[in-house]
Design a protein around this ligand. Structure first.
Ligand SMILES: [Zn+2]
Length: 749
């Protein structure tokens, strides 16, 4: 993708000046700043001059990760071009002279012009380039040129060339050729190109993009006016293919946003952030335009350039992202999806797993460490890949971490637990008997995923084994209004506050039903909502932020990807301040109960059974409309002093435990652990991720196992079968049929 700087020689305000120079002298134009390059110019006596003012776009700020690793930087290139504003005042002979001089330079340093002139050879040995004429643009332009000039379609190439020699004034008074051979050809080819290309102030003739310095120097030394060397910048992606959704693109202002940008003082052809961080931090990155006064002679040759207002480069933006952790997350996600597919026996066990997302945040600040969305794309080849990307049914351009609305499944039970404890509906000691089916209502009796029943279940055990009946009962006793009122304070159904565009998820309930005309909310709907089904939906980031709020005893931080900013040269560093969005009512005692339940849940998750690092976690197996289940998993670590919360959703991933592998992989990377959660030797220490604004612990604490009072029978039941196996996924309308994935659960038990 090429990001063109504001074209320097475009339509501008011409201020007519009548400056007469008294003596003949050589005036050397100096480069006044990075954007503007003039060429040497001989000024003769009594030359009329014209002055105009042009805006100079500021250099765009660069983007780094939290540890200062450069993610997006700028690369400057020189583009040699013929400028309309300059050439328009030239006589035909003058124009020819400019092109001829350029032709000499190019011959020595670069080669040919690229034009649509469909002739090869040099006069008189010229012939039509039949291959070039197969191109419709070349052909149409040629036909139109012949017609406009009253030339016969069947004109021979030699006749045409002779006509062009006359037409472009390439003979002197005596009828002799002014130029011959290659130079003559070049002049004709370029004049033809200018005549047929819609050459204008907005559409200069590009002689050479990314011109080598040698060529630029040669032009500056030898060529005439009318040739301009424009300094351009383009974005360089230093980690191709990584964090693409987060970083985003720059480009021309989208049509539907033109008005907004014009009001903000942008020019029509400005380059702006289109999406991702480039868009979110546009204000910081863009800098302030400068202004330059250009004085030209009557042929458009630059006599002087004077900076009236210096452009101020944009600020560099440091994201909270840790690019190494981001890489680990993206790799873990892909590898795990491949593994699920390979291990699956059919669609219901993960054969269709093909996409997913991971979010990793600092629960103590709301800073986002990583947001992976799979499949993804590569910003360096975005333009080339575009049509393939938009037509890919797996939607690689879709940022699942921020826009994927997924049923939270049993991860929702954590919020319902907090609601139940805070509202006094349950205490840590009160229990519900699970007989495998919830029989409170006569006309709606949903099952627990474990059809034999979990027996007496208290809160910790309910979380550990993910008992549905416990939460049906809690949901019924809370009622949907109280449940939703409380869950809202945890951030469910709410925007996380991240600077990037995001979805706010859905809190299932009568309000949403009436908004979407989904019918009347029934008591059975409340039971399904209480286990994270019905229309409940979270984004992977929202899931991590909500878990953060719970383990923070209710303090809800605003999610952020902005770590700090600085001037382009690295001065005036400003750190982004941690913000609190709200406080959910949640005591430390209740927080501890939920965390203990999450510890039991980890121990009951088959894919984490060997994992030694102390974490708290929760699986979710969420029903999708496709009748395949999404795998949902969330965890915080270390258990005693959480430094990171990681959540993962894998579409069609079958069971929550399948997403656990990805999450464990990210945690292992963060703390320098092997796949079993055991500390690796020193040299693979986790990367520095210390935050500045935080109350975050600065070092990885050694594993501290909290005493979890687990009765023997709980442990047995937690480990056989897997606690994360399918929750009751039946929708209320299917109440008479058994849960569809129940047999699968028991088979694998
Ligand atoms: Zn149960």
């Amino acid at each position: 993708m090429r990001n063109k700087k504001k074209k320097f020689y475009t339509s501008g305000l011409f201020i007519l000046g009548a400056v007469f120079l008294a003596v003949c002298f050589i005036y050397i134009i100096r480069l006044v700043n990075m954007q503007i390059t003039g060429v040497n110019k001989y000024i003769s006596l009594n030359t009329k001059t014209y002055s105009r003012y042009e805006t100079v776009q500021a250099v765009r700020g660069e983007i780094y990760d939290r540890n200062g690793k450069p993610l997006i930087t700028n690369e400057y290139t020189n583009t040699v071009q013929l400028s309309y504003n300059s050439l328009k005042n030239y006589t035909s002979t003058g124009k020819n002279g400019v092109i001829a001089q350029l032709s000499f330079v190019l011959e020595d340093y670069y080669g040919d012009f690229t034009t649509h002139f469909p002739v090869t050879g040099t006069y008189p040995h010229v012939s039509y380039n039949e291959e070039a004429l197969e191109n419709s643009v070349t052909k149409n332009r040629f036909k139109s040129f012949l017609k406009t000039n009253g030339l016969d379609e069947d004109i021979s190439c030699v006749d045409l060339f002779e006509w062009l020699i006359d037409y472009y004034g390439l003979k002197n008074k005596n009828g002799a050729y002014i130029y011959e051979g290659r130079t003559q050809y070049d002049v004709i080819a370029v004049r033809y190109e200018l005549d047929t290309m819609n050459f204008s102030s907005d559409n200069p003739f590009i002689v050479k993009e990314e011109a080598p310095l040698k060529l630029v120097t040669a032009i500056l030394e030898r060529a005439s006016t009318g040739i301009y060397i424009e300094k351009e910048w383009k974005r360089v992606y230093n980690y191709p293919g990584l964090a693409s959704h987060i970083l985003g693109r720059v480009g021309k202002i989208p049509a539907d946003e033109i008005e907004k940008y014009l009001e903000m003082g942008y020019k029509y052809d400005a380059i702006v952030g289109i999406d991702g961080a480039e868009h979110a931090f546009e204000e910081l990155l863009k800098g302030t335009e400068g202004q330059v006064k250009i004085t030209e002679d009557e042929y458009g040759g630059i006599i002087s350039t004077e900076t009236v207002v210096e452009p101020v480069p944009g600020r560099n933006v440091y994201l909270t992202i840790d690019i190494d952790l981001q890489r680990a997350a993206e790799e873990q996600l892909k590898a795990n999806i491949d593994k699920i597919v390979n291990n699956a026996t059919d669609d219901m066990t993960g054969k269709l797993a093909d996409s997913g997302a991971i979010s990793a945040v600092d629960p103590n600040t709301g800073q986002v460490y990583a947001l992976a969305s799979y499949p993804s794309f590569d910003l360096t080849t975005f333009t080339e890949d575009y049509s393939k990307l938009v037509n890919d049914e797996k939607r690689p351009l879709f940022n699942r971490a921020l826009f994927g609305n997924y049923a939270p499944g049993s991860t929702f039970k954590l919020g319902v637990s907090a609601a139940a404890l805070t509202c006094g509906v349950m205490t840590g000691g009160s229990s519900v008997e699970c007989i495998g089916v919830y029989k409170y209502y006569n006309d709606y009796q949903p099952h627990c995923w474990y059809r034999y029943g979990h027996g007496d279940v208290d809160l910790k055990k309910a979380l550990g084994v993910s008992c549905n009946c416990y939460y049906y009962d809690v949901g019924r006793r809370l009622g949907i209004e109280a449940m939703n009122e409380y869950c809202t304070t945890l951030g469910l159904g709410q925007y996380t506050g991240i600077e990037l565009a995001e979805s706010n998820g859905v809190l299932a309930g009568p309000v949403y039903y009436s908004e979407k005309n989904l019918g009347v909310w029934m008591p059975g709907d409340t039971l399904q909502a209480a286990i994270g089904q019905n229309t409940n939906a979270v984004t992977p980031l929202q899931l991590s932020m909500y878990i953060s709020t719970i383990i923070n005893s209710g303090t809800r931080y605003k999610a952020t990807v902005l770590y700090k900013t600085e001037t382009f040269s690295g001065a005036d560093v400003q750190y982004n301040q941690t913000e609190i969005l709200g406080e959910a009512e949640l005591s430390d005692e209740h927080t501890l109960l939920i965390k203990q339940g999450m510890k039991l849940s980890q121990e009951g998750t088959s894919t984490l059974r060997k994992y030694k690092f102390p974490i708290g976690s929760k699986t979710g197996t969420a029903q999708t409309s496709k009748q395949n289940n999404n795998a949902v998993f969330t965890a915080f670590a270390p258990y005693d002093n959480p430094e990171i919360v990681v959540s993962c959703v894998i579409e069609n991933g079958a069971a929550g435990r399948n997403a656990a592998t990805s999450v464990a992989g990210v945690i292992s990377y963060r703390f320098g652990l092997d796949e079993n959660g055991v500390k690796l030797p020193e040299e693979t220490e986790a990367p520095e991720t210390e935050a500045v604004v935080t109350k975050k612990p600065t070092a990885t604490k050694p594993p501290v196992t909290e005493e979890v009072n687990t009765p023997v029978e709980d442990t047995e039941e937690i480990t056989v079968p897997d606690g994360e196996h399918g929750e009751d996924i039946e929708p209320p309308e299917n109440e008479d049929s058994p849960p569809e994935n129940e047999e699968d659960d028991l088979d694998s038990a």
